[in-house]
Write a protein that binds this ligand. Structure first.
Ligand code: UDX
Ligand code: UDX
Ligand code: ADP
Length: 463
């Protein structure tokens, strides 16, 4: 129909593409937004009452726009043909084999999407890179498009900074929007066209425009800095446990320095999620390939520290429980990589659970949003007598020797721990991997409490 002023499509209906396009559709009723995916199942879910991803507030916005100016479709060709602007938000996982395995990004889905666009486009388009891809991919994409089509394509980089669990809020009120493109007249015009869409609801001074490489590198750098803060405070948490300092007190005391700032200083069992590790590994690979081993090693240490933190937590559990968890039931509260999401990609819970299974423990896991299928997949289909997933935290804890809190879900703070204590095997242990519980109160009830970056002087630990 003619009532739309602009047509946008997005290839990839995942954690990034789905919410981003939904918010654009909500804020711009005159723009037709079509979100496409190869997966019929994913698209069917986006068109249903239960969306394929959980994000607070998302369902309502989808329902408000769907069928009006927001569409979810597997007909990629039709959407690409009519679109003026095409976002590419396909998955770019870490390569599993070949050159750069374990570090470099696997760009096959990105390139395939590009070639496909070139083969069916019937006019010029603006292509927007939305997936996190290592720097200089946009240039490669421009080459692929140029060599395969007679039309002019402008490739922009518009990295997404939303965090899972707060995606809608982050999209509605972002700290900034970043649009990078070629510094040519055509490139600048394309930058402006995309930036103008965001300027409808994002204050102009927060819509930053840069060259292509700056935009791409900024995304990797932002994630590397954020992850670095967590590894930094986690490294200090280990020192706190040995010295009697309290990591929360230290984090507060340094965070009030305006040069440091208070956010992202929560010590934890380790960071997870689809971005931090992947983006840092990309950065490390890029540095190595540009002959900068010192820079590569510097950033790689962020990952090394995170792996150590996860392992350290698992080892602490075993040593505190008299050096054996064999045959003991352990209740795991939280499996997602953070609260308010069902996503388990790179969740530290996988590592901790695997270690406990290796040590012979029996796990009962409760997470408000993670599905039993996902948990089974992540833990490599463990036998049901070794790992079971419960629908209720109290059931998960009954008969257990220990509780491990691995995700900071709010509901874990208000459980009735006296009731839980009564149902457990004594002595009862709590390992708070997120420092969210009231440790003094738990000790009063009778629990032996171990938390991140807190001294254990009150607890009986075997030498
Ligand atoms: C520092 C701390 O800032 C202060 O809180 C503490 O009490 C003492 O140590 P100072 O060494 O006097 O203070 O100066 P500062 O402004 O922190 O600069 C330290 C060095 O870092 C200087 O060489 C400065 O040029 C350099 N610097 C600082 C940078 O290279 N880049 C920056 O962004 C900031
Ligand atoms: C991150 C970035 O925040 C976002 O800007 C980018 O677009 C994608 O990657 P996300 O991975 O969704 O977002 O969540 P985030 O809130 O950053 O948390 C990542 C991990 O760090 C989680 O496991 C979280 O529990 C952990 N974390 C976070 C801490 O352990 N301590 C903190 O202080 C903050
Ligand atoms: P992210 O967290 O970056 O959004 P996801 O894995 O959640 O990543 O989503 C990426 C989506 O992209 C997947 O649903 C996948 O099926 C889809 N996809 C991959 N290649 C293509 C393609 N060529 N066209 C359309 N969708 C694609």
């Amino acid at each position: 129909s003619t009532e739309f002023t602009c047509r946008i499509c997005c290839l990839g209906a995942g954690y990034v593409g789905g919410p981003t396009m939904t918010v654009i559709a909500k804020m711009c009723p005159d723009i037709k937004v079509t979100v496409c995916d190869l997966s019929e199942r994913r698209i069917a879910a986006w068109n249903s009452k239960s969306l394929p991803i959980y994000e607070p507030g998302l369902q309502e916005i989808v329902e408000g726009a769907r069928g009006k100016n927001l569409f979810f479709s597997t007909d990629i060709d039709a959407a690409v043909r009519e679109a003026d602007i095409i976002f590419v938000s396909v998955n770019t996982p870490t390569k599993k084999s070949g050159i750069g395995a374990g570090q470099a990004a696997d760009l096959q889905y990105w390139e395939l999407a590009g070639r496909h666009i070139a083969s069916i486009a019937e006019g010029p388009k603006i292509i927007v890179e939305k997936s996190t891809v290592p720097v200089k991919t946009a240039a490669a994409m421009a080459r692929v498009l140029e060599s395969n089509s007679k039309f002019a394509f402008e490739v922009l980089s518009n990295p997404e900074f939303l965090a899972e669990g707060t995606a809608v809020e982050d999209l509605l009120r972002p700290d900034r929007v970043l649009v990078g493109g070629e510094q040519t007249p055509a490139g600048l015009a394309a930058i402006d066209k995309l930036a103008n869409i965001y300027r409808r609801w994002v204050p102009t001074e927060k819509v930053l425009t840069t060259n292509l490489w700056s935009a791409e590198l900024s995304k990797l750098t932002a994630n590397a800095f954020l992850a670095q803060r967590i590894s930094s405070i986690n490294s200090i948490s280990a020192l706190c446990e040995n010295t009697g300092a309290d990591v929360d007190e230290v984090a507060h005391a340094i965070g009030v320095d305006s040069r440091i700032g208070p956010k992202f200083l929560r010590a934890s069992v380790g960071f997870g999620g689809s971005c931090f590790q992947k983006d840092i590994l990309n950065l490390v690979y890029l540095c190595r390939s540009f002959g900068l081993p010192e820079v590569a090693n510097y950033w790689e240490a962020v990952i090394t520290m995170n792996n150590w933190q996860k392992q350290r937590f698992a080892e602490k559990m075993v040593s505190a429980m008299f050096n054996t968890v064999s045959g003991k039931k352990i209740a795991v509260l939280g499996f997602a990589f953070k609260k308010d999401t069902g996503d388990t990609r790179e969740t530290p819970a996988i590592h901790v659970c695997e270690q406990m299974i290796k040590e012979g423990a029996a796990l009962s896991i409760y997470d408000p949003k993670v599905t039993v299928e996902q948990m089974n997949y992540d833990l490599g289909s463990p036998s049901p007598d070794k790992v079971c997933m419960e629908q209720d935290a109290y059931v998960a804890c009954a008969g257990a020797h220990a509780i491990a809190v691995l995700t900071e879900w709010d509901e874990f703070k208000t459980l009735d721990y006296s009731r839980i204590y009564t149902s457990m095997v004594k002595p009862c242990f709590v390992f708070d991997g997120r420092n969210i519980l009231d440790h003094a109160k738990l000790r009063q009830i009778g629990f032996q409490v171990f938390a991140i970056g807190k001294s254990f002087s009150n607890e009986t630990v075997l030498d």
